[in-house]
Design a protein. Structure first.
Length: 588
């Protein structure tokens, strides 16, 4: 490009670069966030082509305009190129197809690396011309492409790659190819993201009426199929133009093509193309939205109801097991109470019911058989100790409060089955990436929460309740009679020594039986009080568990909602991309 062209292109390039640059990285982030969705994966090819197209628009800002002639074989593309550049650079012919290798006509200083990079097929023929020579094409690269409809499948591939690298497509049509399907399908792909100029060739070979009808047919196609009402449509005869540049429509075509690359026009063309590509991407993501929008909503609902049902199920299971622990909890609160009771009442609580009864039985038996009596008492104490040991081990370990591993798995699948199914429909590793709560995470949460609540019950609530039950008054009321009985026995025994009338074994044993009975009674009453407290503590533990689980699971529901919302927001942004870019472009 010369100085004037460079500064002109620079002005528009700034606009284009500024317009696209910032938005491009935003777009990448959004697309990246959606890559795991099957609905996006199935469109990955198209999305990649469109994203690469935007990148090329950005890179292209420094380059000369590229105008590529496309159309069916025999439409007259090569003849048109030769006519435009004023010399025979491309081969015209009657064998179909004629052009097998693209012909690139460029200003000698134009950089065509981007145009050639990765182009499929044979290397193009490059024809240089002197940009300072005053010819009409000092700013444009003109490309004669192979046909879009021949039996040679590779031709279509080459021409598609060239079209991706072009700013303007000059669609050349003749009688047979105006509505010819494969050429029309080819244009479909670029209609929104490339500037288009339509040329009806071989005008010399048609009557006015014929030409008029064909032009009308072409206009309808352009308007209705490609929705490009502003695209120029011209009828020319390239063959005549080679001999006579003032043949009908020719100058208009030349100035139209030149105009697209001059002054502000190229910037506008490129902006139009970029906006077209952005709009195309929007349509792709509108399809994605259409396909999975409802399913995303469903997923959030399924996760929320899954969380709810898992929480309720777990709570029910734990509540049943908590109830079964009531005897253990009562025993524990009793031993806590005993710890706080120094005196006969505390001793009765500590030794347990069997011991108390065993000792009483021992006292009764002792009248007849002292050996048997000692055995009954010792046996009762051993049984009590064994029971206490088993209970303490059970109490320290809260795992019995949770369902078995298999039970937890069943609860999980029952609760999250629908959410997992929807998530895996949406994405490959749907459950994980769409934040469906995972089984081991939930199992860990259940264990942690239950352990915590249980630890609070054992270390805080039970001692607190024990403290309340074993009040100073109660201790005094129970211990005083026993102590008085003891004092009375001692006084009676002392008086016996003094008077010589001994109290006798009977008195001692009777006193022991009465004392034991009193303590046994006390023990029953206190145990029933403690039992009630234990029930209260368990009810409180259940409420605590409910609250804790509600809090923790709310987080899970929230995380799932956020994962889905983030994707929905990305889809929304991408769906609105075309419109947003257009507004910004109009603003600039
Ligand atoms: N009468 C008349 N014949 C033309 C005109 N333009 C091209 N032709 C003829 O149409 C035939 C095909 O022209 P080409 O330019 O080779 O067509 P093409 O589109 O390049 O064809 P492929 O290279 O096969 O894709 C040739 O015989 C040309 O001489 C024209 O304006 N008037
Ligand atoms: Mg040709």
């Amino acid at each position: 490009m010369n100085e004037r062209q460079r500064s002109s292109a620079g002005l528009h390039d700034d606009l284009l670069g500024g317009l696209l640059g910032g938005l491009r990285s935003e777009l990448d982030q959004d697309v990246q966030a959606l890559r795991d969705l099957r609905s996006v994966q199935s469109r990955a090819g198209r999305i990649d082509v469109l994203s690469a197209d935007l990148d090329q628009q950005l890179e292209r800002v420094e380059r000369a305009a590229v105008l590529t002639l496309v159309g069916a074989t025999g439409a007259g593309k090569s003849t048109l190129l030769n006519a435009l550049v004023g010399r025979d650079v491309a081969h015209e012919g009657d064998s179909r197809p004629t052009t097998r290798v693209p012909v690139i006509h460029r200003p000698a200083d134009a950089d065509i690396r981007e145009l050639l990079d990765g182009l499929p097929g044979e290397a193009p023929k490059v024809v240089d011309h002197d940009p300072g020579g005053g010819g009409p094409w000092s700013q444009q690269i003109l490309v004669d492409a192979p046909d879009t409809n021949s039996v040679e499948a590779s031709h279509r591939e080459v021409v598609a790659a060239l079209a991706e690298r072009s700013d303007v497509l000059v669609v050349v049509a003749h009688r047979q190819s105006v509505a010819e399907l494969s050429s029309a399908t080819f244009v479909d792909d670029f209609a929104k993201r490339r500037a288009l100029v339509f040329v009806l060739g071989r005008a010399d070979a048609r009557s006015d009426a014929d030409r008029g009808a064909l032009l009308e047919q072409l206009r309808t196609l352009v308007r209705e199929r490609w929705n490009a009402p502003d695209a120029p449509i011209l009828a020319v005869s390239p063959r005549d133009a080679q001999r006579n540049p003032s043949s009908p429509g020719w100058q208009e075509l030349v100035s139209t093509l030149r105009g697209l690359a001059e002054d502000g026009a190229l910037g506008r063309v490129r902006r139009h193309n970029a906006l077209g590509t952005a709009a195309e991407l929007s349509r792709v993501f509108a399809d994605v939205d259409h396909e999975i929008g409802v399913t995303l909503d469903e997923l959030v609902t399924f996760i929320a109801s899954g969380v709810e049902s898992w929480r309720a199920g777990l709570l029910q299971e734990v509540a049943v097991r908590l109830d079964l622990k009531r005897p253990d909890v009562t025993a524990l609160v009793q031993s806590e109470a005993a710890k706080r009771w120094e005196g006969p009442g505390g001793w009765a609580l500590r030794t347990g019911g069997l011991t108390t009864m065993g000792l009483s039985a021992g006292a009764l038996l002792a009248r007849r058989n002292p050996l048997l009596a000692a055995g009954a008492a010792a046996g009762a104490m051993a049984a009590d100790r064994a029971r206490g040991a088993i209970r303490n081990a059970g109490i320290a370990d809260p795992t019995g409060l949770l369902p078995s591993h298999a039970g937890m798995t069943a609860l999980y699948h029952q609760s999250f089955g629908p959410a997992r199914m929807v998530a895996s429909d949406l994405a490959n590793d749907g459950a994980e990436s769409l934040a469906v709560p995972l089984e081991d995470v939930l199992a860990q949460m259940a264990t942690d929460t239950v352990e915590d609540v249980w630890a609070t019950l054992v270390t805080r609530d039970l001692p607190e309740q024990a403290e309340k039950v074993v009040s100073r008054f109660l201790r005094w009321a129970v211990d005083a009679p026993v102590l008085a009985l003891g004092v009375w026995v001692v006084v009676a025994a002392g008086r016996g020594l003094w008077t010589g009338q001994h109290a006798g074994l009977d008195l001692l044993l009777s006193t022991a039986v009465v004392g034991m009975a009193w303590l046994f009674l006390t023990r029953m009453v206190v145990r029933s009080l403690l039992g009630r407290r234990a029930r209260r503590v368990l009810a409180r533990a259940r409420v605590q568990l409910e609250g804790r689980l509600a809090g923790e699971t709310a987080q899970l529901g929230l995380a799932a909602g956020q994962a889905v919302d983030a994707r929905r927001a990305a889809i929304d942004r991408l769906t609105g991309l075309g419109e947003r870019w257009r507004r910004r472009a109009l603003g600039s």
